[in-house]
Write a protein that binds this ligand. Structure first.
Ligand SMILES: NC(=O)c1ccc[n+]([C@@H]2O[C@H](COP(=O)([O-])OP(=O)(O)OC[C@H]3O[C@@H](n4cnc5c(N)ncnc54)[C@H](OP(=O)(O)O)[C@@H]3O)[C@@H](O)[C@H]2O)c1
Length: 249
């Protein structure tokens, strides 16, 4: 019996990177995992295959979490299949970097629509399905409390994730639903590789500033997500957990 046996978990953005690892480890601990993706069907199918070939249960659900209708459709399908939800991992997120003069309304809304509004609408739709002991894990970023230069809008979205998580932990505490922000530092994923950040001087500087001396791997974050999802963490809510190899302000 795994730590999460009998639990139903939704992981958004589980076709690659941190979300894929979280889905895999939740499945390995016995959760039935709903694997959401927006565009990468093949990656999401691989996530489901990894879980099921290890003896777990998982199913695929396409949905753009910056789109209210898709969010509603996703939770309606979870209600139809399972009638309840124990774990929600709001992992889907996008980054964008650039100088102040290049900030546009379009880019602002692109980042806020997924990283902030999508997360709020996801929680709004999830809570009526969540049972006592439910756990919401919002994937923020170290940048939410340690903003870097040229990341103003991204770090603003992730600062919002921190405060939303704390506020909603207080609101949902009486329902015995826990809400925590789990905030990776630099983590080697497809998204990070595609950003070009790993080729730059800022990557070397970030590694130097990390007491544990390396970049994170998706499983480093996923192990903490398993803990937060499990009943072992029943006394942990409203926390902003920095998962970044020891970097501090
Ligand atoms: N990697 C890092 O260094 C790092 C550091 C701090 C925080 N984070 C945070 O960790 C989370 C995951 O990052 P990552 O590096 O693993 O990203 P990634 O490798 O780029 O993967 C992003 C995932 O999000 C999904 N996604 C993107 N837009 C979506 C949408 N509109 N609706 C639903 N899903 C969507 C993608 O699905 P499709 O491929 O199907 O489109 C993909 O599964 C993000 O919230 C990110 O801000 C990452």
């Amino acid at each position: 019996m795994g730590k999460l046996s009998g639990k139903i978990a939704l992981v958004t953005g589980a076709s690659k990177g941190i979300g894929q690892s979280i889905a895999r480890l939740l499945g390995a601990e016995g959760a039935t995992v709903v694997v959401n993706y927006a565009t990468s069907r093949e990656g999401a199918e691989q996530t489901v295959a990894e879980i099921t070939s290890a003896g777990g249960e998982a199913w695929l659900m396409q949905g753009d979490f910056s789109n209210h209708e898709d969010i509603t459709r996703t939770f309606a399908e979870i209600r139809r299949r399972h009638g309840r939800l124990h774990v929600l991992v709001n992992n889907a997120g996008i980054a964008g970097f650039g100088p102040l003069e290049q900030v546009t309304g379009e880019e602002f809304h692109r980042l806020f629509n997924l990283n902030v509004l999508g997360l709020v609408l996801s929680m709004q739709a999830a809570v009526p399905l969540m049972v006592e002991g439910g756990s919401v894990i919002n994937i923020g970023s170290l940048g939410g409390s340690m903003p870097s230069a040229y990341g103003s809008i991204y770090s603003a979205t992730k600062g919002a994730v921190n405060n939303l998580s704390i506020s909603l932990s207080k609101e949902l505490g009486p329902k015995q639903i826990r809400v925590n922000a789990l905030n990776p530092g630099l983590t080697i994923t497809e998204g990070l590789q595609a950003s070009g950040f790993m080729q730059g001087e800022r990557y070397e500087a970030a590694i130097k500033a990390t007491p544990l001396g390396r970049a994170g791997q998706p499983d480093d974050i996923a192990r903490i997500a398993v803990f937060l999802a499990s009943d072992d963490a029943f006394w942990v809510t409203g926390q902003v957990i920095q998962a970044a190899g020891g970097i501090t302000l």
